[in-house]
Design a protein around this ligand. Structure first.
Ligand code: HEM
Length: 953
């Protein structure tokens, strides 16, 4: 359809209407044949037409319009593009085309209200878009009314603040009306509809002038129409004061005397009368959107910035507004002009400009530039990218300076990874969080904390100079501990013919130990007295493989296992300063034994031993007999009660009874208190013993576990601290109470320890001395004796004939105890460390070598004890130890040489007394529920307790 045909049909339609109203003055007028052009087709009366046409041609130079132009000149952007104007013309034609096809019920008041929806910015300016067909000045006014009256939706852009920016913004002219006395109308065809940062853009003079002309034509035409309207309606300018919203309808009220509202005075000052025009002249919102979209799609000639790359938008970093921003004067979103309070999130473009997410994202989906500085962002448009790269290269070649430092970095470095990294650092220097996916080309905007660390090169070098030698030293130490030192020992011993399994760097032989244990499991004989294959299978296998002296490796320690009788005897010759307790024990057993006699060496050992040993001389032990009797009485009473209530015979699990009895003996005989007073200490020490023996299951590198802050390690520390406090409390109370040694309470050992703590013969503090030695006596004294009594009762239950003999004869009982200590020596392993180079037998043992003797193995050696070595035969001790084995020094239940047990007199006395009392009252037989499973928990004890069937005699 041609344009003439369109106008003609419009005219015919209007002519058929009896009451056509002028679009401008709203007066009814009669259509005549003169109405042949688009003015009349839009329903404008002749007077208005004449006014507009005359006035629009005038060279209007009123002060108001000059001011407006000046403001516009300031606010014009530099990039007015002629294609945008061409678009505007096409846009107007499209509107006309649309009019022909659509009718809108605009005379319906409800529609009018809906039509008047457009957005208001917080800074009291309203914007809308209109056709800017400059060939038809009136069409500006027409467009203005269209948007006032029609329901042109600009979408939800920026919440309350602005109109949709999509294709619409570039296609329509923007008209901004400021609602103050400095108000201006801004027709803006620039690509930035947000009016953001406009002052930063320099205008092209020629283009600006052209635009000024266009705008002045428009403004003056509007002015003329307003004057005409006022005259025809008789409404004064004072009644027009600005835009007001009533029921959602925005009404223009201007304070400007020379700017009258075309609509004012229609029905009243504030309420506009519905505009009556040709319904076919209007497109409703849906239609308008449709037109715009259609145009955007169809217009292949459209040029201008493309949308930003989707991946870029997705990866756009978020920044939390912080107090530092606030200190710098606060941040205002350039789009909506709203302040951005601290702790809210903002989107940051590479040029560092910050926006509300809701303000910038829609814009970026339309344009790939920063609305403030026009920093160009990546786009999905390959053509645009190509031209951008070409432009960048050109700029590089000509050394064109960019506006900002960041732009320099961004653009110069667009093909340079290094430059991109520099920008990364810049971006990362602010609190940036990225909400999008990583790995895209825009990942340069992702944060990397490493970039935040910037250090002067001098500092870096210094740090390196310190760190590298330290690291090397640490590596050397580790290497020395794990390999060099052990390897040195190994070499020396191997040269002398000592063999052993080949160790690995980190694990030594611990893996092989596990393997052997695993392989020998099915062969374990649980009912035998020989538990070596169960508890120490690796020693058994290696002894068979490499002989009685062999070397193996565990946890960075080289262990020389010795079982040759001559060599065992030689161990006795060395003093504790030459062959002492292994240094590692001080650490691993510290929780249980502190720095007590059992773990120290050299002068410290000598001082402690001298301090305590006299308290265990036989004359002192004789004085303890009554105390031991007293401690045994509750046990006897308890079992009698049990048996009485059970009809004289029942099963009793004897473990705890015997442990408590033994603890009571130590409490009474050594510390002058009762078990009740020391019970808490014993309980905690028992818990400690269990926890530590569990840790002993870790060998080799896994032993490092002990040093980690695990739950069990924390529990151990907790127990250690509690025991310490209790012991100190007990020691203080006991010494204060008695004032001096009290023969009745026998606190001699405690007093000796307290006195010794104040002597100069030890290296630690007085408290450590007291706590360490009390813990040693509590543990070594009660656990060993109790376990021996338990095994003894088990063996007597199994061997009723020896039970009977022991019941009758004290000597027989002693033999039974000796035989029990042979089969089940509580301290099964003897460990020493060569504190200097020593000689054992013919072997030169280098310093640092751990010398190990497996006491149980010596006690069960058939070559030493005969073929019945594994049998319970107390009769072998009928002629004493010397008659029982050859050589006699291989029987070592209480140790060997300098470091024999200081409490053996007490232990033997206690065992004889307690067992004699028990045997005199009860008869014991094995319980069907007993399961023979000796375990190694620092002492060798029954794994599942010791139930015995007791019968009252
Ligand atoms: C049947 C009971 C006992 C047995 C089997 C026994 C066993 C031993 C053994 C084998 C040693 C030497 C450890 C080694 O060479 O590394 C030893 C040392 C020691 N025992 Fe006993 N003991 C028993 C009872 C007692 C009692 C009742 C006390 C104290 C009340 C005690 C306190 C000590 C002390 C303090 C040491 C360290 C001696 C030193 O290194 O100089 N023991 N015991």
């Amino acid at each position: 359809m041609s344009g003439n045909q369109t106008q003609s049909s419009d005219y015919e339609r209007l002519a058929s209407q009896p009451d056509a109203q002028c679009l401008v003055c709203t007066r009814p007028f009669t259509l005549d044949t003169e109405v042949t052009n688009s003015f009349e087709a839009l329903a404008i009366c002749r007077e208005c037409k004449a006014t507009v046409l005359n006035d629009s041609q005038r060279d209007v130079t009123t002060s108001t319009s000059q001011q407006r132009r000046q403001r516009r000149r300031r606010s014009r952007t530099a990039s007015l593009e002629s294609n945008e104007d061409a678009f505007s013309q096409q846009f107007s034609q499209l509107i006309n085309l649309a009019r022909q096809g659509h009718e809108a019920e605009i005379d319906d008041p409800t529609v009018v209200r809906q039509l008047a929806s457009y957005n208001s910015t917080p800074n009291q300016s309203q914007r809308w878009h209109a056709s800017d067909d400059e060939s038809d000045g009136l069409s500006y006014a027409d467009s203005v009314f269209d948007e006032l009256e029609s329901n042109i939706s600009f979408g939800d852009y920026g919440g309350e603040s602005d109109a949709s920016l999509g294709q619409h913004s570039m296609m329509g002219r923007e008209i901004t009306i400021q609602l103050d006395n400095e108000s201006y109308m801004n027709t803006d065809t620039d690509i930035d509809p947000m009016n953001a940062g406009i002052d930063q853009w320099d205008s092209d003079d020629q283009e600006d002038e052209d635009v000024q002309l266009e705008e002045s034509d428009f403004d003056e035409a509007v002015d003329a129409m307003q004057q005409h309207q006022q005259q025809s309606r008789g409404i004064g300018p004072s009644e027009l004061t600005g835009w007001e919203s009533e029921d959602g309808v925005w009404t223009w009220r201007s304070q400007r005397a020379n700017m009258t509202n075309l609509m004012a005075g229609m029905e009243g000052p504030d309420v506009r009368a519905p505009f009556v025009g040709n319904p076919g002249d209007y497109a409703d919102a849906r239609q308008f959107e449709m037109i715009l979209e259609q145009f955007a799609e169809d217009d292949s000639s459209r040029r201008g910035a493309p949308p930003a790359a989707t991946s870029f938008i997705g990866n756009l970093p978020s920044l939390v507004i912080s107090t530092s921003h606030e200190a710098d004067g606060g941040v205002i979103c350039p789009v909506c002009k709203d302040p951005m309070p601290i702790r809210t999130r903002a989107k940051q473009l590479p040029c560092m400009h910050l926006y509300h997410s809701s303000c910038i994202l829609p814009w970026l989906s339309s344009r790939n530039t920063c609305p403030v500085c026009r920093y160009e962002l990546p786009t999905d448009d390959p053509e645009s990218e190509r031209s951008e790269r070409a432009a960048t290269n050109e700029r590089d070649v000509h050394g064109v300076e960019e506006h900002t430092h960041l732009q320099e970095i961004g653009e110069e470095g667009s093909d340079e990874p290094e430059a991109e990294e520099t920008q990364d650092m810049f971006n990362d220097a602010v609190e940036v969080t990225n909400t999008g996916e990583h790995g895209s080309e825009d990942s340069r905007y992702l944060q990397s904390p490493v970039h935040l660390i910037s250090m002067p090169p001098l500092m870096e070098n210094l740090l390196l100079l310190i760190l590298v030698p330290l690291l090397c030293l640490a590596l050397f130490c580790l290497c020395n501990i794990l390999w060099l030192r052990p390897e040195k020992i190994r070499k020396r011993l191997r040269r002398q013919g000592v063999k052993g399994p080949k160790p690995t760097l980190l694990d030594g032989n611990t893996k092989e130990m596990k393997r052997i244990r695993h392989e020998l499991k099915p062969m374990k004989k649980q009912d035998s007295n020989n538990y070596i294959s169960t508890l120490f299978p690796h020693i058994l296998v290696w002894k068979e493989t490499y002989g009685s002296v062999f070397l193996y490796s565990s946890g960075g320690r080289e262990i020389l296992h010795v079982s040759q009788p001559d060599m065992v005897k030689d161990i006795d010759h060395w003093t504790p300063s030459e062959l002492g307790k292994p240094n590692y024990l001080k650490k691993t057993r510290k929780a249980l034994l502190g720095g007590g006699l059992l773990t120290v060496n050299g002068d410290e050992w000598a001082y402690q031993r001298k301090t305590m040993a006299p308290e265990f001389f036989m004359d002192k032990i004789k004085g303890m007999i009554q105390l031991i009797e007293d401690a045994t009485a509750p046990l006897l009473e308890a079992w009698e009660n049990i048996l009485d209530s059970a009809g004289g015979s029942t099963e009793i699990v004897v473990d705890d009874y015997l442990r408590n009895m033994s603890a009571d003996v130590i409490a009474r005989a050594c510390f002058g208190s009762s078990f009740a007073k020391g019970e808490e200490i014993f309980c905690m020490l028992r818990k400690l013993q269990k926890a530590i023996s569990q840790q002993d299951a870790f060998v080799g590198l896994s032993a490092l576990w002990k040093h980690l802050p695990t739950k069990s390690n924390r529990e151990i520390r907790n127990l250690v601290e509690k025991v310490r406090l209790l012991i100190l409390e007990l020691a203080k109370a006991n010494v204060n109470e008695n004032g001096a040694e009290n023969a009745a309470t026998h606190n001699g050992l405690l007093r000796a320890i307290v006195n010794g703590a104040h002597g100069a013969g030890h290296g630690g503090t007085a408290e450590d001395f007291i706590v360490g030695n009390c813990k040693t006596i509590y543990f070594a004294g009660h656990e060993t004796t109790a376990v021996t009594a338990i095994w003894c009762l088990m063996l007597l239950a199994k061997h009723p004939e020896w039970q009977e003999r022991a019941r009758i004869e004290a000597l027989e009982l002693t033999m039974v105890i000796q035989e029990t200590l042979r089969l089940y020596p509580p301290a099964s392993l003897m460990m020493r460390e060569a504190l200097t180079d020593i000689k054992i037998g013919d072997l030169d043992v280098p310093r640092g070598t751990i010398v190990q003797v497996t006491r149980s193995m010596l006690h069960l050696d058939k070559e030493v004890w005969g073929p019945d070595a594994e049998e319970f035969r107390p009769g072998r001790f009928a002629n004493g130890v010397a008659g029982a084995c050859k050589p006699a020094h291989l029987y070592t239940p209480f140790g060997l040489g300098h470091r024999t047990c200081i409490g053996q007199n007490l232990a033997m006395t206690e065992l004889k007394l307690v067992l004699a009392r028990l045997l005199s009252r009860f008869a014991f037989s094995p319980s069907p529920t007993y399961r023979h499973a000796p375990v190694f928990r620092l002492t060798i004890e029954p794994g599942f307790g010791m139930p015995l069937v007791a019968k009252k005699l």
